[in-house]
Ligand binder design. Sequence first.
Ligand SMILES: Cc1ncc(COP(=O)(O)O)c(C=O)c1O
Length: 382
Amino acid sequence: MRARSEIVVPFNVPPLGDEEMEAACRSIKEGAIGGGGKYTRLVEERLRDMTGASYAHFVTSCTHAMELALMALGVGPGDEVILPSFTFPSNVTCVVRQKAQPVFADIDPVTWNLDPEDVARCLTPRTRVVMPVHYAGHPARLKEIAALIRPPCVLVEDAAHALGASYLGRPVGTIGEAGCFSFHITKNITCGEGGALLLRDRETARRAEFIREKGTNRAQFLRGEVRHYSWVSEGSSFMASDLLAVILVEQLKKAETILARRREIWHGYAKALTALAARGNLTLPVLEPSVQSSYHIFAILVSPDRRDNLREALLARGIETAPHYTPLHSSPFWVRAFGTHQRPLPVTERVGRSLLRLPIYPALTSSQQELVIEALHELLVS
Ligand SMILES: Cc1ncc(COP(=O)(O)O)c(C=O)c1O
């Protein structure tokens, strides 16, 4: 790998500034670094305002948001959860930790999100959750998927990439029974590590509040609703620090500006690479008319036998790019625990071998983007 100093276009630069630094210092000076304090409440209020969600719980990661969702919904042994194999290990980890059965459905070749037709093939009377991922910030086909299921089966949206995205005019994360977000360092809006769980149902939100706080009703105590708090349910420790929340408050203030710049870069790539796509050198991502994307990722598909060489050649020019998920059904843990996967997932396998993510972040300058575009033209046409 190249030394960091030779990189002229890094893959990611988090959009942090003086505001976040001053906010972190303020929170330390105030001694506000515990969990569930005023900055956590501010983050949750802001998330509810942005999305219209009834309930928002700030947590340590999207991984924990998904685990918390499944715990609060009572998913357990004997239940099946349908999810894509083209996703991050967190999706399947949270299912396995509940001792439920993961069932992988294929993705569609256009949006690289769960394919409703394949979801239909995977449904059984034991299906308790369908978990679409809004890959790259492009919402999954939720209307078609929702039309396939009946209670007690529910949708849990993995909106890790998708804060600010909407589907048929509705913010993602509020369409299913639960919506899970990530504020990891790589995400559009970040506090380093962090996540949020949005919920629509009061009882589920109450259960999630207990589980997040080690199985206690500390949140009710902090709101002055009970005089003491005690152990009221099973639980874990998913509460994030106010030190992270205070950074997130500043990030959320910048959400629109960040999104606008990402949109501009996304469309810049799409326009400049159209000719290469027309010649068949690459496949461009698509924006369906029913969606508003969060422009989290700009990824292209190239022939699988060229992808890794292309990445190396770009790196030799100082340009960092990244592939994405190794399909979960072919990952070491799946094979060890569950054996060879039986259902065909041809689109997942093709996209997993062909996809390359290009740099996209607010600090990317026009000349850096131009370097990426020029390099792709030179390398893919030769
Ligand atoms: C689709 C998806 N879901 C969930 C996660 C996990 O997010 P976190 O790091 O906040 O746990 C990731 C990580 O990037 C992801 O890509």
